[in-house]
Design a protein around this ligand. Sequence first.
Ligand code: TPP
Length: 544
Amino acid sequence: MKASDVLVQALEVEGVKYIFGIPGEENLDFLESLRTSTIQLVLTRHEQAAGFMAATYGRLTGKTGVCLSTLGPGATNFTTSAAYALLGGMPVLFLTGQKPIKKSKQARFQIVDIVAMMGPLTKFSQLIIDGNQIPHLVRECFRIAEREKPGPTHLELPEDVAREETDRSPFAITDVDPASASLAAIKKAAALLTQAKAPLVAIASGANRDSTHRALHQFIERTELYFFTTQMGKGVVDERHPRCLGTTALSDHDYLHHAIDKADVILNVGHDTSEKPPFFMVENGKQIVIHLSFFEAEMDDVYFPQHEVIGCMTANLGMLTEALGQRAETPEYFAEVKRKIDTHVFDKNDAQTFPNIPQRIVSDVRQAMPEDGILSLDNGMYKIWFARNYPAYQPNTVLLDNALATMGAGLPVAIAAKLVNPKRAVVAICGDGGFMMNSQELETAVRLKLDLIVLVLRDNAYGMIRWKQDSMEMKDFGLSFNNPDFVRYAESYGAHGHRVTKTGELCALMESSFKTGGVHLIELPVDYSENETVLTDELKQIQF
Ligand SMILES: Cc1ncc(C[n+]2csc(CCOP(=O)(O)OP(=O)(O)O)c2C)c(N)n1
């Protein structure tokens, strides 16, 4: 059998449903093998977007997503999405082609060392030098990609190896049960929480990765502890919960941080330091942090937990729930912070001004979204507002990247989320900067006949950097641009284009777009003056 056939067979055995990407001539044997397989090729318009899609498939299913590119320029386009999957903890296999390694007539044409380039961007990067290696290398890539912390792997398949004959067949999948923590580690965590006067629970990205949400929900109900989430932990427990203090959209000084600062013990569930810090630990501070995660904490100046509970989070949370004895009363102070959050964070949800301020936009989107609808946020100023003001009701219903924090992922991530969840509403929220970094994928979405809304927030600038520039008291410089006519731009792809022109239109427009189906782009001008009013000025003056 041809090596490329065995590779495709091995991917089928792994349960691969989609391969996202753009083939080059170096992938043609692989493409021919794929043609008759059960795997669907999702052709994209940029390899970076294919990488984001495969990573999202991995993020949402826990199974390795797969993407494909040619050598050289196709492969170098994968770097941002590999970094995205690495920091974000998403299992992916990046497959790249290569010229024949034994005999090539093209000298150094298009050759760069892709295996070395992918080295620091993946958990494993390897050239396939012999077709007989394919079964074990594929199995190993999937195991490594899915093992905690999940992440990307890379295989490079040269043309001549793809064409080789091999008599090997794919490896079968074997299960590995993750270990759980020792009883001593559980007991120590329970003792710390029992003795605490003001314990808090932080819920982070790792908790959004498997069935942890059930165990966590039970833990919160039984212990009656107050909790908050990091940006990537949104939705693990329904944020409408009466003891939910919201999301750390910023690293300090928000209302929520007044509770965090008072907490003497924080049980941090599923955090890793790739995510922007939800709070800062202080050297010689009295606060104790318990790190409960699949894997050990990485020590950092702002994160150095004093106790760790490592291994299967579901099992460990279950044991901790059982081990917790009588716990001290939760201080009234947390209830007071909660009241302040409820009054101040959501106080401008009904603002009538136009262009709309972010609080109004977030509130309108929440109103239009079904309970289980999925938001995919690109990276820009609105991400902070959505993290802070959008209550997520279910796990993985706000897909944002607070690890690489790259622009350009919003639309490709939404496309993959829709493929994984065809029956659920999916909305991409992008800035006019981030959207234009992968807007060509509108064609992919239209070709795939997806039902999708893309909300483009227009401020004709790289708004987030402008806010930072302004808060550093620097002059407005170097951050403004012009935009295409987004309505006509969408229409030129065969999508529906809409422009919001007055307050109150957005919600109805989203609802009618869900009903009509197809790809809808909604352009919405945004007034970012609230960045300064709230995030810079108001938060400085919070009094308790
Ligand atoms: C690929 C990439 N380039 C640059 C940045 C730095 N950056 C972060 S946010 C931002 C501005 C985003 O602008 P836009 O998408 O228009 O959203 P806005 O902040 O205006 O809402 C920039 C340039 C980044 N995070 N990723």
